[in-house]
Ligand binder design. Structure first.
Ligand code: GLA
Length: 382
């Protein structure tokens, strides 16, 4: 198959009868550690996948047309009058949502034709929606000379998803898609809206980052996500704090909470923030293997305290550890999606195989393991 940029450009030429003005791309992400901490003003440490979504774009007089290789068919067309949330549906809602969000925030995105191609797996918890939003945003920003600084872009894309598409996600995925750099993980301090590039090059240390798509059917995801958010807000309110970021003494805080479930949700968030900072310290000290136990502890916390794992991801983590991984955890919002495992370079094949065999034994759908490296953030690629 040809590259994603070429596919988007060729589709543009075919659909609209002229070459695009340019091609822009934004990546999906893997979160190394820091789950469900972003909307609690906490810390997260994602890195960008090499797999990206590309948008070939050209200016048009009025309104917007968007075509996607996943959907096929005719381009979806919409104008200024069609921009109320709910008016544009399905995948094109992410495109219309970005246009809507830009306009809501005082920008004037140009009328445009878009053709979209993507290598980011959908429905796997790898942020294909953030990749689409951020690719469209980057394209419109350049095409219309909007001059939106990089630091301001993630919130515009998040607003498209929160208020146009209607998914109550935090700021991690869009920040990762816009601001990650090759060879680095991105420490995001979601409370202060600050980022720091943290060198992360497993291959240089003889290691590999294995991603295992559990292919577990995603169910209840958005409802459970919203329930977790509410529990965290309730915990902060019960403690009289603006957010769980401000919890100082965890034991003292837990002693003040009557609700058993909320106590466990709070414990996950507070300990997860500590694990993110410990992982950053280990990476900065050049001790990549030392993050292994932190990944595994993060998974245990998601399984026991936050209760967002499912048998497929628990099995993938346990099997990867038995097969020799230094650490493993589910990545992303939960209830399916992918597991990441830090393994010696030479062991990636065997660990993936062990998970495949265990899934077959348990009658799960075959998993899809692949090795990845930290890739680049959103940029013009053609
Ligand atoms: C999803 C959301 C993110 C974040 C993660 C959990 O990916 O989009 O904002 O909350 O879940 O860490």
């Amino acid at each position: 198959m040809t590259g994603v940029a070429e596919r988007a450009a060729a589709a543009f030429a075919e659909r609209y009868g002229e070459p695009p003005a340019g091609v822009w791309a934004a990546p999906g992400r893997v979160n190394l550690i820091g789950e469900h901490t972003d909307y609690n003003n906490g810390f997260v440490l994602p890195f960008a996948l090499p797999a990206r979504t590309a948008v070939a774009a050209g200016r048009a007089g009025e309104g917007w047309a968007a075509w996607s290789e996943h959907a096929g068919g005719e381009p979806v067309r919409f104008g200024v009058d069609d921009l109320t949330p709910g008016a544009v549906q399905e995948w094109a809602a992410y495109v219309a949502g970005v246009v809507w969000s830009l306009r809501k925030n005082g920008h004037r995105p140009p009328g445009a034709r878009l053709a979209i191609a993507s290598d980011v797996p959908t429905g796997a918890g790898l942020s294909s929606s953030a990749a689409l939003e951020c690719a469209v945003l980057t394209a419109l920003n350049d095409l219309g000379d909007l001059g939106i600084p990089e630091a301001a872009r993630p919130a515009l894309a998040q607003r498209a998803e929160n208020d146009y598409v209607g998914v109550p996600c935090g700021i991690m995925d869009q920040t990762a898609s816009v601001r990650c750099r090759s060879g680095h993980a991105l420490l995001i301090d979601c409370g202060r809206d600050e980022v720091e590039q943290v060198p992360f090059d497993p291959a240089a240390e003889g290691l590999a980052m294995l991603v295992i798509d559990s292919r577990a059917p995603h169910q209840l995801v958005s409802g459970e996500y919203a329930t977790r958010r509410k529990a965290c807000e309730a915990g902060a309110a019960a403690l009289g704090l603006p957010s769980l970021r401000e919890v100082g003494d965890l034991d003292a805080a837990l002693a003040r909470l009557d609700d058993e479930v909320i106590r466990r949700r709070v414990r996950h968030v507070v300990t997860e923030n500590q694990r993110v900072l410990a992982a950053v310290a280990a990476l900065r000290a050049g001790r990549i293997r030392a993050i292994g136990p932190l990944l595994t502890a993060s998974h245990a916390s998601m399984r026991e305290d936050f209760e967002i794992t499912v048998p497929e991801v628990d099995t993938a983590v346990e099997t990867a550890l038995v097969a020799g991984a230094h650490g493993a955890r589910m990545t992303g919002g939960g209830f399916g999606g992918c597991v990441i495992a830090l393994v010696e370079s030479g062991a990636a094949g065997a660990v993936g195989e062990a998970v495949r065999e265990e899934f077959a034994r348990r009658g799960f759908r075959p998993p899809a393991p692949f090795v990845t490296v930290p890739g680049a953030g959103a940029e013009r690629i053609g």
